[in-house]
Design a protein around this ligand. Structure first.
Ligand code: SF4
Length: 327
């Protein structure tokens, strides 16, 4: 990121409003956006539209790959990603129009693919809820919601309506049942038991849920017993399947996460350096071992499971809904 400290990129200068709230040393500002529902054309991904109601995320995961995008807003200190949260405006007319286009395309609308739609800001600003209100007006959509937060259960009423008339899946992001460990890695995200409880409530309400066991952290959350415990708990909570992926360290996230490892788990630093010497991805042999382990454990438990790469390959390209109806 080449931005100067405190100087937003020109495209953002006029879009940033003044502070509307300041709490817990976190600042919230409005951010004007042309559209909240954005076209996403990368054919490697299984969705064609994205909705991210907030920029920045208070949960503060150490591995968060969205962190460097705050540079465009003039925030060069990576920690500001957690303390300067930008809130997008939800215009119902625009939302409905845009979601109508998404429905025509037959491609999935991914809510929260970059930042968490149920981070603490949602409790105050309810932008995600507004998006769901628009989704509920358009039966026949394909929608995926990804979150680490138990706060999603606030919207059970809307989610139940949407699940009855659209193709909805909720991806609960949880890579370990070790609450003490996650407190260090994902400092302000909800505890694992709360996420599982949310999963169980959603599932009991007829909302399809799956476990996003990612990112799996080498030498920290990749142990056989730990993964067995996680998969077993998610299955018991009603998840339909598990999808896993090993930690990926893109761009500036690489340095930020390595600093964290050096500070919190110094004994692991040499192993991490070796594993990620090739760049963003962990060594291929290691990833292969984790995939074999994941497949074996999910098979033993009787819980459908696949890798993120499998999902990418199997769910893309999305066939337009119209074509599906014609088959
Ligand atoms: S919850 Fe998601 S968006 Fe928020 S900090 Fe963690 S990884 Fe980033």
């Amino acid at each position: 990121m080449t931005n100067k400290p405190d100087v937003p990129a020109p495209a953002f200068v006029k879009r940033i409003g003044s502070i509307v709230d300041l709490r817990r040393n976190v600042e919230f500002r409005p951010l004007e956006t042309e559209e909240l529902v954005n076209r996403f054309k990368d054919s490697r991904f299984p969705f064609g539209w994205t909705v991210n109601p907030y920029r920045g995320c208070e949960f503060g995961c150490r591995y968060c790959y969205a962190r460097p995008t705050h540079g465009y807003l003039g925030h060069t200190d990576p920690a500001e990603f957690e303390r300067r949260i930008y809130v997008k405006r939800a215009d119902m007319t625009k939302l409905v129009a845009r979601l109508g286009k998404a429905r025509e395309s037959g491609e999935e609308v991914a809510i929260g693919a970059v930042t968490d739609p149920y981070q603490p800001a949602e409790g105050r600003f309810a932008v995600t809820r507004r998006v769901l209100e628009a989704v509920a007006r358009l039966p026949g959509l394909r929608v995926g919601i990804t979150s680490k937060s138990a706060a999603i259960t606030r919207d059970l009423d809307l989610l139940t309506t949407i699940a009855a008339q659209s193709d909805l899946i909720v991806n609960v992001s949880l890579a370990s049942m070790d609450a003490a460990l996650l407190r260090r890695v994902e400092p302000r995200a909800p505890r694992p038991d709360l996420r599982l409880e949310a999963m169980a409530r959603l599932s009991a309400s007829g909302i399809p849920v799956r476990l996003f066991a990612m990112p799996l952290l080498p030498f920290l959350t990749d142990g056989e017993n730990a993964l067995r415990t996680l998969f077993t708990a998610a299955r018991a909570a009603g998840a339909r399947e598990a999808i896993w992926n090993v930690l990926f360290l893109r761009g500036e996230t690489h340095g930020f996460f390595m600093d964290f490892i050096r500070a919190e788990f110094p004994e692991l630093e040499p192993r991490y350096r070796k594993l990620y010497r090739g760049g963003a991805s962990a060594d291929g042999a290691y990833r292969g071992r984790i995939d074999v382990l994941g497949r074996r454990l999910t098979a033993e438990i009787g819980f459908p499971g696949r890798t993120r790469s499998d999902r990418m390959a199997e769910e893309r390209p999305a066939r337009p809904r119209q074509l599906l109806l014609e088959l």
